[in-house]
Design a protein around this ligand. Sequence first.
Ligand code: AMP
Length: 527
Amino acid sequence: MGRVIGIDLGTTYSCVSYLEGGKPVVIPNLEGLPTTPSVVSFTGAGERLVGTLALRQAVTNPTSTFFAVKRLIGQKFISAQVQEALPRLPYGLREAANGDVALVLGDQTLSPPEISAMVLGYLKTCAESFFGEPVTQAVITVPAHFNDAQRQATKDAATICGLDVLRVINEPTAAGLAYGLDARKNGLIAVYDLGGGTFDITILEASDGVFNVLATNGDSYLGGEDFDHRILEWLVTDFRAETGIDLSKDKLALQRLKEAAERAKRELSFTAETEINLPFIVSDQNRSSHIRKTLSRPVFEAMTADLVERTVPHIEKALAEARLTPDRIDHVILVGGQTRMPLVKGQVARFFGRAPEEKIDPDQTVAMGAAIQSGILDGQVRDLVLLLDVTPFALGIETESDGYEMIIEKNMTIPTRKVKAFTTVEHNQRRVRLHVLQGEGFLASMNKSLAVFELVGIEPAPAGVPQIDVTFEINADGLVQVSAKDKETGLSQKIEVRPSSGLSTAEVEALKRKQSGPGAAARTANG
Ligand code: AMP
């Protein structure tokens, strides 16, 4: 087995780590930094930039610089989340033929996994340059709340850039693993993970090397970007009132505002007030206008308090599902850059009645946990480490009149499987259709459609005679698999699968060839 890397593919920043002598070590990027912006930019000269250089292009090249793609991965174009993101993004989005979201680059479109593959490919290059040898295997993390489509799309991104994914693990679980193993802590751990685009809360129990996830909850559409947006809206509204000019229509100005908002937000984690200075935000022959505003921490906290508040019901649900109360938690750890905000820290401390652990680095812990997981898989980490994670969603099938029959419940330890017998309802029926969904809604239409599985080639027989055992499985990556067997003959029943979203295997392979083919090289800050 060659080197295995652990990758945290973040909404805003990504990080890669490996295991050295049983300890996780972060691999610096080509600029020597521990984290890399998850940004890809295409220049007018046909160059592809990744990371810091791409981020620098964001202001001058807003329509061809793709950031926060993690919020779009595995999503339908018509989903509420994409529709909400659409007016905020300087780059264009379109509906792909299968209804997925596609990113617009000039007259072409790109899929979110394609862009993520470019970020992952850059991290792979960093690792290869660090080790001086090729790297082909990785453990990759995803938000605990990612559904099947989002997980599969992330895995596809890794495949496209030539990485074989040994395991997909949940970000807060990875963080819990890194923290628990490092500090040799036993007890109940709450991981509060507020990153650039997602929020997760995970409750796990560490006991002499066994990490048992008890419950997980969260919101895939709540993160640091929403905090930035509040500052941006404040600046736009204020500027409109003062000058009558609407900056929200100006892509270049919006990108500058976004960057300034994020910078101000970061500063306010450490200072009481900050100045936002944007000279020549509007500048043409007739006029030039500037923004110069002071934002204080209390004002910023007031404009974002509801966002922090939105995390609380998720913590309450996760605790209830784990049958625990806040006072039972022994360690609270914070993950994700947005947890640096004092209001977030304060809210978490108040909720649990204890201060969160300060020792861990919220930007690097997840990648380190992924590296530990790689060590568990290849035997480098011994000490009886066993990771028992759970599925964040229930799995079920559609029944008559939009009904929903749950087959695997939420928070079941994964891998998990359930077998259910199916038969025909008509004489000589040759096919049985199963619409598999993810979610807890009591109606099928309230849940996320994963795929239609059709059992085909059933031998002609009177209604009710064929007995087909269908196995529904959620594997260790949190991905859904369905298989079927004829009970009578013991033979595998043929299944035709029509996934509701995502790239086909052939598309992934074609993109892999495209990204590794001639002219595919990206330029990074080191050339
Ligand atoms: P992650 O997905 O973990 O990389 O989190 C990135 C998010 O954390 C982004 O929205 C950043 O703006 C935010 N962030 C990073 N540093 C700080 C800070 N000092 N204060 C507040 N938010 C921060």
